[in-house]
Design a protein around this ligand. Sequence first.
Ligand code: MN
Length: 289
Amino acid sequence: MKSLAFVQRNDTRSAVGDFSPVLSVLSYYDLGNTVSPFLLLDHIGPGQLLPSTQQKGVHDHPHRGFETVTLVYQGEIEHKDSTGSGGIIRSGDVQWMTAASGVIHQEYFSSAFSQHGGRFEMVQLWVNLPAADKMGPPGYQSLTRAQIPVLDLPNDAGTVRVVAGEFDHITGPAKTHTRINVLDVQIHANHEVAFCCEAGDTAMIYLLAGRLQFSANEIMEEQGLAVMSQHGTGFVISALENSRLLVLTGERINEPMSGRGPFVMNSYAEILQGYEDLKNGQFGLKTSS
Ligand code: MN
């Protein structure tokens, strides 16, 4: 059995572009080597957007060397990028963007959502790519709510949405470069759920809301990140209250990591090359041009 290694907690909220509040749950600066292949997790909201004729969000910015995974729980995000891809990510949808060799993109509240306003809540997860795929072609997977299978757990314990990988022989729609499970889970109060993964895999749980208990009676409050031990193949989570959580597991990418801002590569020379390529227009055109 995997056991709880530690709980990471950051109570400081800030803004990313116009998105606020944003909780930086983890970033590769502090935990990148610990929770490989996961690089970053931001919890955006929950918050209330006031109606406006202007679309707010994060303006044109680049990414290189990894993938960004955006899960929208409430609200609507409109995405445009330098490959010409774009679309609206609605409640329950997931956008899986492979930045790889480089994209410039913008992430805004959709025009309809901006006009009406309302509650918003999103998570953005960054997933590392193996060195062999870092300079591959960019890609974009738009996974709608209807494409993501939902499993009702026995005894009314809750539900598991399989975004990537598998749970109980149900496979999620995301195509990934390494073996990853992304599970969007609800556990009802006073129920427990068992998860499995392979020995040596990274396993972590981000609790969006609720209260959880682990096997040795450790308790985690909401907006904490539980990082499990590397040894062992499974773990059990009990919910003390109705809980919403992301269960993220996967095989580690055991390669050197060098990151700065929106670039995560294998060496500092490659980071400098990224800035050079961006300056020379090799990430494509800005979406606003
Ligand atoms: Mn971005």
